[in-house]
Design a protein around this ligand. Sequence first.
Ligand SMILES: [Zn+2]
Ligand SMILES: [Zn+2]
Length: 120
Amino acid sequence: MEIDGVRITTIVKDNVAIRCDGCFDIIVGTPWRVNLLDIVATEKPSSWNESPAINPGPFQFHSDPACVRRWMAARDYFFCRRGQVREIMRPVPIPTADGGKVRWGLCDGIHRDDHEFIPA
Ligand SMILES: [Zn+2]
Ligand SMILES: [Zn+2]
């Protein structure tokens, strides 16, 4: 650009870089977006102060399942090893034996047998 005959060169810096929700590094190229489905049914009505609603996303990651698993682990989610990390994950409530706070497992919901949740 030019103002009053003075040429000004501006360094265009990309400051809208997308960062990975898993490892927090900048994502070059198209991010991998993961959405969590709405919870359709829970076994017992949950009171609003017991479990905060799950943020459905979308969350953005490098196209690496490890980044998504890292994000799950940071949020205390379990991961169903019968499924895979996919663009749409289904939250499944995991009741605790002592009736404590419900924890969440994420599964792609494609397999037909029982979930096998492991710590992400
Ligand atoms: Zn990453
Ligand atoms: Zn599963």
